[in-house]
Design a protein around this ligand. Structure first.
Ligand code: FPP
Length: 249
């Protein structure tokens, strides 16, 4: 990969800085299959998936992408075997604790979106701590969707807005897209320009349903733990070929 060393580190030569997505969202699919293909338990796939996510975060930061959002655990994922759910909760907590110092040093802002109050208490505490410690960081905004569901997010926004209308704090005719967005978990975070999903699956799986109305979608056949800089480069090249019209001609 030939690279250019401008103020951005090692941006591949064929990528145009001005056409980079500002915000990349990723559905990290294929951890289980990756592990199975190696004769390993599924959990090892999730462990390997953490490294792929760390690499992607560094790559986004190096190449000047300002926001990365990763789908770590959906509201439907509770239906997985208890052992796997427990492993994932412990993994999130451990990784957060281990990586926080580096995130602080690298000026990464960590945010979590989802129904966080239903997560184990110890994980909630680690999440609050990491968000608080990195709240003023500005190199990249790293959002982790945990116990997240797009429909649930839209419903809770509707409830919050309805409550305000009931209390006469808001009039129905004042409910604009901006007002609605301000009640989503992602309030203040720009919509993703590019969604990447790995392992060849072509579904949104209840991820950022409102926010991805105009996102470009890139499907990679690679299983998530194998998704690396080269694969990301390929996704960005494809993205830069797209003509984004936002419904216009
Ligand atoms: C989907 O693959 C993956 C998940 C449900 C978990 C993703 C979580 C990580 C990669 C860890 C991230 C860590 C932090 C700290 C944010 P799958 O299990 O559905 O794979 P399969 O479709 O092959 O079974």
């Amino acid at each position: 990969m030939k690279t250019q060393q401008t103020e951005l580190q090692y941006l591949p030569l064929d990528l145009k800085q001005e056409l980079l997505p500002q915000h990349v969202a990723v559905i990290m699919d294929g951890n289980g299959r990756w592990a199975k293909s190696r004769g390993l338990p599924r959990m090892m796939g999730h462990k390997a998936g953490v490294n792929a996510l760390k690499d992607l975060l560094h790559c986004c930061k190096d190449w000047g992408i300002k926001a990365l959002t990763a789908y770590a655990f959906s509201t439907e994922n509770w239906q997985r075997p208890e052992e796997e759910v427990e492993f994932l909760m412990n993994l999130f907590q451990r990784v957060l604790r281990q990586e926080l110092r580096e995130m602080v040093e690298e000026n990464v802002q960590i945010q979590f979106v989802g129904n966080l109050s239903a997560l184990p208490q110890a994980l909630q505490a680690e999440i609050s701590h990491s968000m608080d410690q990195t709240k003023d960081n500005r190199s990249i905004r790293f959002t982790i969707a945990t116990n997240y569901g797009g429909r649930q997010e839209i419903l809770q926004a509707c409830r919050a807005i309805a409550q305000k209308v009931k209390e006469d704090l808001l009039q129905p005719e004042d409910i604009s897209e901006e007002v609605f967005e301000a009640h989503l978990y992602t309030a203040g975070i720009a919509d993703p320009d590019l969604l990447i999903r790995t392992s060849g699956e072509m579904r949104l799986s209840n991820f950022l349903l409102w926010q991805m109305a105009y996102s470009e979608i890139y499907i990679s056949d690679t299983l998530w733990p194998d998704f690396n800089r080269h694969e990301f480069h390929r996704a960005l090249s494809a993205y830069q070929q797209r003509e984004r019209r936002f419904g216009k001609v």
